[in-house]
Design a protein around this ligand. Structure first.
Ligand code: GLN
Length: 244
C-alpha cells in the first residue's frame, strides 16, 4: 500500500483555494476526511496520491510549474495516473484540462512541452472571452444523486477531438456533454483565439477521463456547498472505493 495519503491541489495560481475548501468538506464513504495539501513544491507533491490542477491561466501556471521545479515530478505523476491502475489520480479543471492535454490548439507559453498527458486535442479559450462566460446545467449520470449541476464556463477550452490512445493506455471516455447549441459560432471562436480554429468532432464533450486522469472544461469548485463532483472524484477515482 502506497504511503501517500494526501490529496493535493496545485496552488501556484488560479482557483486553488475553492478546490481546497471543497475537498476539505467531502468525506470517504466511511465518513472520514482526507488530508488536503496545497502543492507548491516537489516535497508537497511527494505527499500526495492525487492532485487537482485548478482553473486559472494555463500559461502562467505552466511557467510557475517550471519555476518551482514541479515539471519533472508532475510529468511522472501524469504518466502513472494515465495507466489507471489506482496509484495516482489527477483532475484538471479548465486551465488544468489544457495542461493535461497532449495537443493544444492556440498559443502556449514558450518552451512549454506539456506532460504527454491525455490523448486529446484541446482548443484554448474557444468558448470565448471573459464576457462570454456562462453557466449551464449539466447532467452527470455517474453521481449518486441525479439532480443536474450548474457548470460555470470561464474562458473555457473546448475539446477538439479524442486522439488514438498511445500505446497500452486506456481509452478516453466522455462523461458529460453540453448541447451543440451552446457551442460558439466559428466566428466567435476565431476572434477569441486569434487562430484558425474550427470546432472539432468532440466539441460537445465537457468532461472526460482516461485511466485515472480526469478533465473538465468548467469550474466545479465555484458552486459553494455543491461538492458532489469532488466527493465522487475522491471516492471513485482516488480511493477506488467501488472497484471489485
Ligand atoms: N483559457 C484559460 C487558459 O488558457 C483557462 C481559463 C480558466 O481556467 N478559467 O488558461
Amino acid at each position: 500500500m502506497d504511503s501517500r495519503h494526501a490529496v493535493g491541489v496545485l496552488a501556484l495560481q488560479g482557483s486553488f483555494a475553492e478546490h481546497i475548501a471543497a475537498l476539505e468538506a467531502v468525506t470517504t464513504s466511511a465518513g472520514k476526511h482526507v488530508p488536503v495539501v496545497a502543492v507548491r513544491t516537489p516535497a508537497d507533491l511527494a505527499r500526495c496520491r492525487a492532485l487537482i490542477i485548478p482553473g486559472g491561466e494555463s500559461t502562467t501556471i505552466s511557467l510557475l510549474i517550471r519555476k518551482s521545479g514541479l515539471y519533472d515530478p508532475l510529468k511522472e505523476f501524469v504518466a502513472l495516473a494515465k495507466r489507471g491502475d489506482g496509484q495516482r489520480s489527477i483532475w484538471g479543471t479548465c486551465a488544468g484540462m489544457i495542461l493535461l492535454a497532449k495537443e493544444i490548439d492556440g498559443p502556449t507559453s514558450e518552451g512549454w512541452e506539456g506532460f504527454d498527458g491525455m490523448d486529446v486535442r484541446v482548443a484554448r479559450n474557444q468558448f470565448g472571452r471573459q464576457l462570454q462566460s456562462f453557466s449551464h446545467s449539466v447532467q452527470l449520470p455517474f453521481l449518486p444523486s441525479d439532480a443536474p449541476l450548474l457548470a460555470t464556463f470561464i474562458r473555457a477550452p473546448i475539446l477538439h477531438s479524442v486522439l488514438p490512445p498511445s500505446a497500452s493506455s486506456p481509452l478516453v471516455k466522455p462523461l458529460a456533454r453540453v448541447p451543440t447549441s451552446l457551442l460558439p459560432s466559428t466566428k466567435r471562436a476565431l476572434s477569441a483565439t486569434g487562430g484558425q480554429l474550427t470546432l472539432g468532432p468532440d466539441a460537445e464533450v465537457v468532461m472526460y477521463r482516461q485511466g485515472d486522469l480526469l478533465a473538465c472544461s468548467w469550474h466545479p469548485e465555484l458552486n459553494k456547498g455543491e461538492t458532489r463532483v469532488h466527493e465522487w472524484w475522491l471516492r471513485e477515482m482516488v480511493l477506488h472505493e467501488n472497484d471489485t
